[in-house]
Design a protein around this ligand. Structure first.
Ligand code: SF4
Length: 348
């Protein structure tokens, strides 16, 4: 029997204490569903999607500010992907666009600079949402905009960092037995960050890529570590111990740590990044966007913290589906509700 078959057999037949592992990366959430990983595990191994989808953890105050800006004269909001369909307290960016707001989807971040250069009399606001993985991209956009003398492009930032939210989860729940460390984030931070977190929380971390085999290997490693501290890196092709220092330097040139508001979790000290004061002319009004008014009946806050599984939300699959999403976790293709729905996964 080859190694992967052995791991599959071990995971399927596991009959020890119930174990709960959390992934904190939207791409892992999607990959777990796409690879049918839950069906390959014993009913005693539970996978929980944590706060790793950047769109899902963005509070409504940020969406509200973006919709307001899109409806402001001579202003265009630029955004990636799913954010456009997430509801703010009154409307989504898609609704704002239907009401005459100017919203453009970006396929490459550098297009933001080209647009601003092509229309120098128009103001552009780039929705800068994401984790450690995407913050270097915004730093690069800013660096290039400054070099090119572009002054009509600003960022509306809602940038978050992983360690503090993982600490928050560990303080506020006592039923996590280990983490699948976020793959993309680890490329930037390095695996040493998760070594520190493991020592601090006393829980095991396994760094994994996005292939089914790598994820299964990481889960098997967590099972073997049985809730005890330790770090295993199964994504060595992309993740080193120290990470990408150049990317972190670029980020630190323009951004500094700040408190950040997370959907369903409130404000977490030191869990965000904001533009430094010397670059405030490139900020489109990001400070103080803390309020969060989830759509009525939406349980995203409880889903994001692993308190309930998506199918335990009373609206799941009824009033809330990918075609007609009620909450952010059903909008994003990296959201736990979306992935539960499309894979037909249910709590066991
Ligand atoms: S199923 Fe819909 S309403 Fe319920 S938690 Fe998920 S996104 Fe929110």
């Amino acid at each position: 029997m080859d190694k992967l078959e052995f791991i599959k057999e071990q995971l399927k037949n596991y009959d020890g204490e119930d174990l709960r592992f959390m992934e904190v990366c939207g791409t892992h959430t999607a990959a777990i569903s796409e690879n049918g990983i839950p069906n390959l595990l014993s009913p005693k191994i539970h996978l929980i999607s944590g706060p790793g989808c950047p769109v899902c953890v963005t509070v409504t105050a940020v969406i509200d500010k973006l919709t307001e800006l899109s409806l402001t004269e001579n202003t265009t909001v630029l955004t990636f992907g799913d954010l456009i369909r997430v509801k703010g307290s009154k409307m989504s960016l898609a609704d704002a666009r239907a009401n005459g707001g100017k919203v453009e989807m970006l396929y490459s971040p550098m297009d933001a600079i080209k647009m601003a250069q092509s229309n120098p009399d128009r103001n552009y606001v780039f929705a800068a949402i994401g984790f450690e993985t995407t913050t270097p991209v915004y730093a690069m956009v800013l660096e290039n905009a400054i070099k090119a003398g572009v002054h009509n492009l600003k960022l509306l930032t809602s940038l978050k960092t992983m360690p503090e939210v993982i600490r928050w989860v560990c303080k506020n729940t006592d039923n996590i037995d280990g983490f699948i460390a976020p793959g993309h984030v680890s490329v930037i931070t390095g695996s040493d960050l998760f070594k520190e977190l493991s020592e601090e929380t006393g829980l095991p971390f396994a760094v994994a890529g996005f292939e089914g085999a790598g994820l299964l290997t990481a889960i098997y490693a967590l099972v073997k570590m049985k809730g005890k501290a330790g770090i295993k890196n199964f994504y060595r092709s992309a993740v080193s111990e120290k990470g990408n220092e150049e990317a972190r330097k670029a980020v630190n040139r323009f951004f500094e740590p700040c408190d950040a508001s997370w959907r369903g979790m409130g404000t977490i000290e030191g869990s965000g990044m904001r533009l430094k004061k010397e670059y405030s002319e490139y900020d489109a009004g990001s400070y103080g966007l803390d309020e969060d008014h989830m759509p009525p009946g939406c349980s995203c806050s409880r889903v994001l913290t692993g308190e309930i599984s998506p199918d335990e939300c009373p609206l799941f699959g009824k009033k809330c589906t990918p075609e007609d999403a009620h909450g952010a976790c059903m909008v994003s293709t990296e959201g736990s509700c979306y992935n539960y729905f499309i894979s037909g996964r249910r709590k066991r």
